[in-house]
Write a protein that binds this ligand. Sequence first.
Ligand code: SAM
Length: 234
Amino acid sequence: MTGTVYGLGVGPGDPELITVKALKRLRAAPVVAYPAPEQGASFARAIVARWLVPVQIELAIRVPMESARFPAEVVYDRAADEIMGHAAAGRDVAVLCQGDPFFYGSFMYLFARLGERAPVEIVPGVSSLTACAAAARWPLAARDDALIVLPASLADDELERRIAAADSVALIKLGRHFARVRDMLGRLGLAADARYIERATTASQRVLPLDAVDAASVPYFSMILLHRRGSAGA
Ligand SMILES: C[S@@+](CC[C@H](N)C(=O)[O-])C[C@H]1O[C@@H](n2cnc3c(N)ncnc32)[C@H](O)[C@@H]1O
């Protein structure tokens, strides 16, 4: 019988923020796959390291971070074939997804390749969006608020247009875009309505006002939450 592929949300960083369901599926799977940078350790794997079982076969999917679309597609094609090989041999495969699999998660690229070839079950996870709100002790949205999630890689005019239409904003994928976004929020008079959150729920979590952040050391795992005064209880 064909094995099942599980897209497991493993949460934002704290190993205890994995769901009971994802933990059960993880520990029962003979094969565990996870995204990883070209060199170095996988964050998703690190989150669940304490829960792994020694006999599990591990499959690191090494994705070039700044890749053109073509090489990344080759990586996902190959990973999907490898995962499919295990599933065809009757082995369940747990694919680890930092946060939630379908909230900007790379699992969706595998799902697009495997969804019709094998049984796939998606177990949602605690996303960085809710984790950062909790870390900042700042409700995300309330009542009739419109909440929008914006990748910081969007151009300034696009960001400005979309921010103007929202009460509550999450700016993700900050990294090298931080200084540009901070300056833009300053120009719009919104800097005081924003909080910076780095590595939420991990031991190195930081929550700061924008003017206290060193732009040169902003990691990929960071976001800005913004509430116009008067929204979300702000
Ligand atoms: C490709 S998205 C993946 C999101 C993930 N699937 C989720 O559900 O949270 C990566 C972005 O999520 C945000 N992020 C993920 N984990 C985070 C954390 N622990 N603290 C702050 N931001 C985080 C950052 O903005 C990062 O650039």
